[in-house]
Every structure is written in structure tokens, then in C-alpha cells.
Design a protein. Structure first.
Length: 296
């Protein structure tokens, strides 16, 4: 099996690759836990070849997105400054020793004021726009660092990052609330947390400790505490990003479970967001980047 090119989504913790046809069809897929965070500079090429060596028979183009292009990655792919097209017109070539391997990394995006950066999410934005031509509005990309991007006429105009996923992990694992947060889920608990903080975001810190107190005094279930914590943090995020989503057409792009929580949360504010699959958007974005690369 010889693909026409290879797509790679290379994040901090994982590497995913797809053997692709010229038309953008997936011929094969593979993944590993060789993310950027565990590799030295000379470890990237071996990590990639461990997955794709059998796909290479002549000079093969790899289009990669994500943290592989960060300062700590294989090679730094300079940021493009917004407003700019979601599909790049320049790539960073990674140094390789394999004679038939050409690795090209998609640049991230930067915003000078207020200062912000993204790396990887721009490819999902490009993919969503490729799948939904002439779409204008706001794209929410939930995750460890959730992005809210205003897009218009195929360009990313501005964006804002919220560290909601990081905060959830830090609070639930490294504070006193680690004794109260369990597994499972409670939809009513999520809705209550959301409502509490959207109406009074200034009380977030106090609402957080009440999760511990209610567990001790009133037997608040751990799964309810977990859902309410998520509601509190996503609610605080919605309060902070209101200028982005208020009165806008909104799409939420990402993993299904987390994306649905954002869609549900936005619905409580009268915003009926479109939910889109993150993996599909990533592949569509990588395909758009490959086609752009061939034009250059």
C-alpha cells in the first residue's frame, strides 16, 4: 500500500497518522503515544517512521499539524498573525535523514493584542470551513485549552483561549476537592453549576469550595460534584467569552462528549450551536493544507 501523501496530527501526548489518497480518502491509519512532550529533537523522525515506514516507497510528503511545530517540537513553525487565512500559505520543513521523507509542518496562529496563540486548532478550523464553505461566525474548539475563534470570509479574525480543561484537571486532582470529585456524571448537577456561575461569575471561588462542604455536611455525591465542577468552569468560560458567542452563528468542533456539554451550555443561553466531529475536521484541514502545499 503506497499512499499519495501522509497526514499527521502530532500533539503533546499522542501522534496520529493517516495514509491518504490524492482525493483525500483514508487508506490506513496508525497512532502511538509518542507525543511531543516525551521526545527529544532527534526522536521525532524515528517516532514517525515507526508508524509510516511501510508506507514509503518513493519521496512522500507528510503534512503535520500540532505541537510538533512548537519551539520544543521537531522544528518551529512560525506563527501566522490574525487576521489571516485558516489554510496556510507557508509551511516549515522539518530536517530528515530518510531520503524519501519530506515533512512539512503547518504554522500555528498568533494574536498580538490581547496576546494569544494556537497550534493545531487552526487545522480544525480550516477543516470545518472546507466542509462548510462560506460559513461565517464563531467556532468553539473545546479541550484542555478551549479556543473561541471568530471567522469571516475564510479568515480567522480573532480568537480567545480559556484554560478550562487545565483548571478542571488541576482543581479535581490537586486541591482539597480531589476528595470530593469522583467518576460518573449527573446532568442536573452540571446544569446547576452552569446556572450558578453564569448568573454570578464573581462567586466562582466560593462556589468551588461549597462542593467540598456539601459533600461533608449533606452527602453530595461525587459524580454530582464532578458534574457541578464542570458546569461551574464552563459557565465561567461562557461568561468570559460572551462577546464571542452572543448573537453569533456558533459551531462547536471537537470530541463528542465534551462538545455536547458546550452545545448544551450554550443552549441555556439561547444559542443553538452546530456540533461537528473534531477528527473529521482535522483530516479535512490537513487535506486542505496538502492541496495548498501542492499549489505553492
Amino acid at each position: 500500500m503506497t499512499p499519495d501523501w501522509i497526514a499527521a496530527d502530532w500533539g503533546t501526548t499522542n501522534l496520529r497518522v493517516w495514509a491518504m489518497s490524492q482525493s483525500g480518502s483514508v487508506l490506513a491509519a496508525a497512532k502511538s503515544d509518542d507525543g511531543m512532550g516525551k521526545l527529544s529533537k532527534d526522536g521525532f523522525e524515528p517516532a514517525l517512521l515507526a508508524l509510516v515506514d511501510g508506507w514509503i516507497s518513493e519521496t512522500t510528503t507528510v503534512i503535520a499539524c500540532g505541537m510538533v511545530g512548537s519551539r520544543q517540537g521537531w522544528t518551529e513553525a512560525p506563527y501566522a498573525t490574525v487576521p489571516c487565512a485558516a489554510t496556510p500559505d507557508r509551511f516549515a520543513a522539518a530536517p530528515t535523514t530518510h531520503a524519501n521523507l519530506s515533512v512539512n509542518i503547518i504554522p500555528g496562529l498568533r494574536q498580538n493584542s490581547p496576546a494569544d496563540v494556537m497550534r493545531g486548532e487552526e487545522t480544525q478550523i480550516a477543516g470545518f470551513l472546507a466542509l462548510n464553505p462560506k460559513w461565517d461566525g464563531v467556532i468553539c474548539l473545546p479541550g484542555t485549552h478551549t479556543k473561541w475563534a471568530h471567522v469571516s470570509a475564510g479568515e480567522v479574525v480573532s480568537f480567545q483561549t480559556s484554560m478550562t480543561g487545565d483548571l478542571f484537571a488541576a482543581i479535581s486532582e490537586h486541591t482539597v476537592l480531589k476528595h470530593s470529585i469522583g467518576s460518573g456524571w449527573d446532568e442536573e448537577g452540571f446544569a446547576q453549576g452552569l446556572d450558578d456561575v453564569i448568573s454570578k461569575p464573581e462567586k466562582l471561588a466560593a462556589r468551588l469550595f461549597s462542593l467540598r462542604a456539601e459533600g461533608l455536611l449533606h452527602g453530595l455525591a461525587n459524580e454530582t460534584a464532578r458534574a457541578r465542577l464542570s458546569g461551574l468552569l464552563i459557565g465561567a468560560e461562557l461568561a468570559a467569552t460572551k462577546p464571542y458567542w452572543l448573537g453569533q452563528q456558533v459551531a462547536v468542533v471537537g470530541a463528542s462528549t465534551l462538545s455536547k456539554r458546550y452545545v448544551d451550555a450554550l443552549a441555556t443561553q439561547g444559542v443553538h450551536a452546530t456540533q461537528a466531529d473534531g477528527d473529521r475536521a482535522t483530516l479535512a484541514g490537513l487535506t486542505a493544507a496538502y492541496r495548498r502545499f501542492r499549489e505553492l
